[in-house]
Design a binder for this molecule. Structure first.
Ligand code: 13P
Ligand code: SF4
Length: 307
């Protein structure tokens, strides 16, 4: 079946089954094209919490589908490939968090959404790359934060909240660490007029070289605001599809074209089709983990809804 026929078929079944297709900005171009909504982690969580659809097809990695299932237990949440995990999320477990809390009983646990449901259930509040500072600043009366699992997002947030003591877990994203400061400097030599925007999961030395350190959702807004002719993009390369589509007159240069998240690319059109046809693969979180994790996510979402 050719791509546009498959896209039409998927849209037809989705309509019949009252399903909404949500896709992360790193998904394959054709997956972004079939989606009802494409966005960053926070935007996708908000969409999942607001949708009237009975079924959510989540085109992203497992923790994202899990987040949707945690906040919408009455909906059927499906991930088209069960193996699409986020390696960073696997770098910490619930026992690690319990141990940290024992060592730092006064601290609040701020948990990046790139984590398992069990880890969220041990946390006070979640954050994403777009609201980490806002979340930390919301913790009134707190002077100590356990930030898990991303050391780079944690360090970047710490720079912006110097009065708070941070205890930072040593997790990282294997895709974003592929982007080095040499990559940025090389591209800046090649495109001296270009602006540089990078994701906060990048190495600290890369972050220092950037004009903007922002979530994937904010990258498109930044391109609109700055209207720069050339922008060097320090994040997973899937982001380039959306940027080029929404800003055809601007040039987007990947800081490192090898920054590919192979897990994100496991989701294909064929798998979305099978997922819709056979209701594969359901994501369900058992109690009491779901309710406890929901508290941490809801605290974050209510901060976002105040905007
Ligand atoms: P965003 O929330 O910025 O889309 O980031 C999610 C992610 O996994 C980045 O690697
Ligand atoms: Fe996880 Fe990194 Fe892939 Fe994002 S890009 S899903 S943090 S491995």
């Amino acid at each position: 079946m050719n791509i546009s026929r498959l896209i039409n078929e998927i849209k037809d079944i989705a309509k019949r089954k009252n399903a909404v297709i949500l896709a992360h900005n790193y998904q394959l171009p054709e997956v972004q094209e079939v989606a009802d909504f494409v966005g960053d982690s926070l935007e996708l969580s908000l969409k999942a919490s607001e949708t009237k659809a009975e079924v959510i097809i989540f085109c992203g990695v497992y923790f994202m589908a899990e987040t949707a299932a945690i906040i919408s237990p009455s909906k059927t949440v499906l991930i088209p490939d069960h193996d699409a995990g986020c390696p960073m999320a696997g770098m910490i477990n619930a026992e690690n968090v319990r141990e940290l809390k024992k060592q730092h009983p006064q601290a609040k646990v701020v948990c990046y959404v790139n984590s398992s449901a069990a880890v969220k259930a041990e946390s006070d509040i979640c954050c994403t790359s777009s609201n980490a500072l806002k979340v930390v600043n919301s913790l009134q009366g707190t002077t100590e934060v356990i930030f898990i699992p991303d050391k780079y997002l944690g360090s970047y947030t710490q720079l912006k909240a110097p009065d708070m003591k941070f205890i930072i877990w040593e997790g990282y994203c294997p895709t974003h660490v592929r982007i080095t400061s040499d990559d940025i400097l090389k591209m800046k030599r090649k495109y001296p007029e270009a602006l540089v925007m990078v994701h906060p999961e990048c190495r600290s030395e890369v972050v220092k070289l950037a004009n903007a350190v922002i979530s994937t959702g904010s990258m498109s807004k930044y391109a609109t605001e700055k209207a720069a002719k050339e922008i060097i993009v320090g994040t997973e390369v899937g982001m380039l599809h959306r940027l080029k589509k929404e800003h055809p007159d601007q040039e987007f240069i990947p800081a490192n074209p090898q920054a590919v998240c192979s897990n994100m690319k496991l989701i294909t059109l064929e798998k979305i089709y099978w997922s819709l046809q056979d209701m594969l693969y359901p994501v369900k979180i058992e109690e009491p983990v779901r309710s406890k994790a929901k508290l941490a996510i809801d605290r974050m979402l209510s901060l976002s809804r105040q905007d």
